[in-house]
Design a protein around this ligand. Structure first.
Ligand SMILES: Cc1cc2nc3c(=O)[nH]c(=O)nc-3n(C[C@H](O)[C@H](O)[C@H](O)COP(=O)(O)O)c2cc1C
Length: 324
């Protein structure tokens, strides 16, 4: 068993957390991660108060283990957040604040409700901002990750954030898909890991099977950082860009960026439909470089069990062989 301070803080068995990946997460997936001893986080960005309440109730019906909800701060509707915080979920996970947003307002509200606050960052200055605002746990997310990321790699970012925010707990994210990644993250000073892409390729993930198969097929070298998904959805992120599979859709629109604006609405609707129907060459697929490490679609529980066993083996049996 790998027990770190963050396990006690979050009241979980294994230091493995599901990234709150908006509609790519579901109540079943979240409960499965929590039941397996990790922490499931449901992405609730864009959902209204009533729907989020329903989802929280649904998770509580499936599991009595801790779980969290995730909001993208730059898109947050304050009224929804302030209403939902009264649900007193164990963990409130936040990411991607605009430069002018006051993190304390959200962190304090969550703390008053008895929730722990996790905040995700892609550089050191953002980690200091979050630590000063009172985050309980900071996720250092490297550029290898799927979805929106910044430019620092996980291997360099994690120890820099650990040093910058000491004694705040840090989780590593971006590029982690197995026990080797977990063991490495602990060696870098993180107290655990937060995973996106690995959990997308699970039986419980609420995405089309073809999306999961695209992750399994990817060699990790076929992902790209791009603004295409944001140009199409008309979203301006505070920083960074999106890591996606470089499929026909991304290649096509990368050569025609200037044409997107006038037809963005139609292109977006067609892309959302294609993703829903598993037409994977006609939509953007957010995945990380670690897709190259993923060769099967597994139950969530098996992902966690295998990851912990492999990391334990590395830490207790392999690494002690090296010093002579
Ligand atoms: C499809 C997808 C959607 C995501 N949406 C969110 C989100 O809404 N909020 C968030 O904090 N992180 C989001 N992320 C980032 C993940 O939480 C996590 O940081 C990232 O996937 C870690 O890298 P990995 O994919 O290499 O494990 C998303 C990632 C993916 C792949």
């Amino acid at each position: 068993m790998i027990k770190t301070p963050v396990c006690d803080k979050l009241n979980i068995k294994h230091p493995i957390i599901l990234g709150g990946m908006a509609s790519a997460t579901s109540t079943t997936m979240v409960a499965s991660v929590s039941d397996a001893g990790g922490l499931g986080i449901l992405g609730v960005t864009g959902l209204g108060t009533a729907k989020i309440r329903e989802e929280i109730a649904s998770i509580k019906r499936i599991t009595d283990k801790p779980f969290g909800i995730n909001f993208l701060l730059f898109k947050i509707d304050d009224n929804t957040f302030f209403d939902i915080i009264e649900e007193k979920v164990p963990v409130v996970s936040l990411a991607w604040a605009s430069p002018d947003q006051d993190l304390r307002i959200y962190f304090n509200k969550a703390h008053e409700a008895g929730s722990l606050v996790i905040y995700m960052v892609g550089d050191v200055s953002e980690s200091i901002r979050a630590a000063e605002a009172g985050a309980d746990i900071i996720v250092a997310q490297g550029t290898e990750g799927g979805g929106h990321v910044r430019s620092m790699s996980t291997f360099t970012l994690v120890p820099m954030v650990v040093d910058a925010v000491k004694p705040c707990s840090v989780l590593a994210a971006g590029g982690i898909a197995d026990g080797r990644g977990l063991a490495a993250a602990l060696a870098l000073g993180a107290e655990g890991v937060l995973l996106g892409t690995r959990f997308l390729a699970t039986e419980e993930a609420p995405i089309h099977e073809k999306y999961k198969e695209a992750i399994v097929k990817s060699n990790g070298n076929d992902t790209v950082l791009t603004h295409i998904p944001d140009l199409i959805s008309g979203t301006t992120w505070p920083a960074g860009s999106a890591r996606t599979l470089q499929n026909d859709f991304i290649k096509y629109w990368s050569e025609r960026e200037d044409l997107i604006d006038k037809d963005a609405k139609e292109i977006n609707e067609a892309s959302l439909t294609a993703r829903k129907e598993g037409n994977t060459d006609k939509t953007s697929l957010l995945i990380g470089q670690n897709a190259g490490l993923i060769d099967s679609i597994m139950p969530v529980n098996d992902v966690i069990v295998e990851m912990v066993e492999q990391a334990e083996n590395i830490i207790t049996k392999c690494l002690p062989l090296f010093p002579t």
